[in-house]
Design a protein around this ligand. Structure first.
Ligand code: DX5
Ligand code: ZN
Length: 222
């Protein structure tokens, strides 16, 4: 597996916008279209107002191909479900700072299992809340929509958090990736990249595009 660095632009299509009747074919389509990572949105109907899929689905995707699996847990009790997500083939597990768990402990357990640890924050959560965790994560995800659904509009105000995170990283000589998720298209990819984000999650604008390869290439070059 490639050792990704935060200076690499990483394109991570979100399976949420794929055709779920043909999941493994859709993953192949993403890989053939230039996806670097596959973003997998897990929703429990409690932390967010939607229900998606769990570790069994991720395991099936893992067994069907070799792409890096970027798992975004939008669930209230990531600590409780962690052993199952650690065992299903995830390469990165991102948990929310707002969920009901000991955030530092969950992050440490993810890393202890040899999986990369990500931390997400909702639009309403200030950047200050994640600061204590920044030395202990591999990825920070300032959400650019309210999590739960694809197809929402990009919240440009969140670029303040992206810039603050990038500045903090330089100042403290850290290495975490900065991911953006929600409303990413060619225009907003350029805005997020300029602010300092290197991982671009895109659902509607990638799986939803007629020509997924052209769409991913355009966002990569934006
Ligand atoms: C939203 C999810 C996103 C979603 C993005 O709760 O975290 O990953 O799939 O969808 P788009 O790219 O359509 O905004
Ligand atoms: Zn997501």
């Amino acid at each position: 597996m490639k050792n990704w660095h935060h200076t690499d632009r990483i394109m991570a299509p979100s399976l949420l916008a794929a055709d779920w009747g043909r999941v493994t074919e859709e993953v192949t389509r993403a890989i053939n279209s230039g996806a670097d990572w596959l973003h997998l949105d897990v929703m429990d109907g409690h932390f967010v107002d939607n229900i998606s899929f769990g570790p069994q689905m991720i395991q099936a995707i893992h067994e069907s191909n070799d792409i890096f699996l970027d798992v975004h847990l939008m669930i209230s009790r990531p600590d409780h479900y962690l052993p199952r997500f650690l065992a299903c083939g995830a390469d990165m597990i991102t948990v929310h700072v707002e969920a009901e768990h000991d955030v530092a402990q969950t992050l440490a357990e993810i890393r202890k299992a040899g999986v990369l640890a990500g931390l997400a924050l909702n639009p309403a959560t200030p950047f200050e809340e994640v600061i204590p965790h920044l030395p202990h994560i591999d990825l920070l995800l300032p959400m650019t929509v309210i999590p739960g659904f694809g197809g929402q509009a990009f919240m440009e105000d969140m670029m303040n958090k992206v810039r603050a995170a990038a500045a903090f990283r330089t100042e403290h000589d850290l290495n975490f990736h900065i991911e953006v998720d929600g409303g990413i298209n060619t225009q907003t990819a350029a805005i997020a990249g300029k602010a300092g984000a290197n991982i671009l999650v895109a659902g509607s604008s990638s799986f939803g595009a007629k020509d997924m390869k052209a769409a991913i290439t355009a966002m990569r070059d934006a």
